[in-house]
Design a protein around this ligand. Structure first.
Ligand SMILES: [Zn+2]
Length: 110
């Protein structure tokens, strides 16, 4: 299949699939949602709505959530590229751990 998702190897790779619908990405989002105590709905419209409406402002929790969203997007993209260009794979658990560390490091630097 042309443009097959390298994370699950079973679906067409679209932005929506890669970042939110892929079982690999969805597992990451669910774990992050539990960690941040937000809705486990990992659909793209829900996450955009959540980011736009509920996460404006300067509170620490809001900064943590925004940072987690950005880290998750970046690390899913990074994982995709590592698999394509270097043949290296990481489990969702490893990515989840990286997201948490990056978020905590970012928050501790504020
Ligand atoms: Zn996939």
């Amino acid at each position: 299949m042309v443009n097959r998702c390298v994370l699950c190897e079973s679906s067409l790779e679209t932005h929506s699939h890669l970042f939110f619908e892929c079982p690999y990405s969805a597992a990451i989002w669910r774990a992050i949602a539990v960690w941040l105590k937000i809705s486990p709905d990992t659909s793209l419209p829900h996450l955009f709505h959540w980011y736009k409406v509920y996460n404006r402002g300067q509170g620490l929790v809001k900064k943590q959530r925004r940072c987690a969203l950005m880290c998750a997007l970046y690390l899913v993209w990074h994982e995709r590229n590592k698999r394509i260009f270097k043949g290296i794979q990481a489990t969702p658990v490893t990515i989840i751990r990286k997201i948490k560390v990056l978020v905590l490091l970012r928050l501790s630097s504020l």
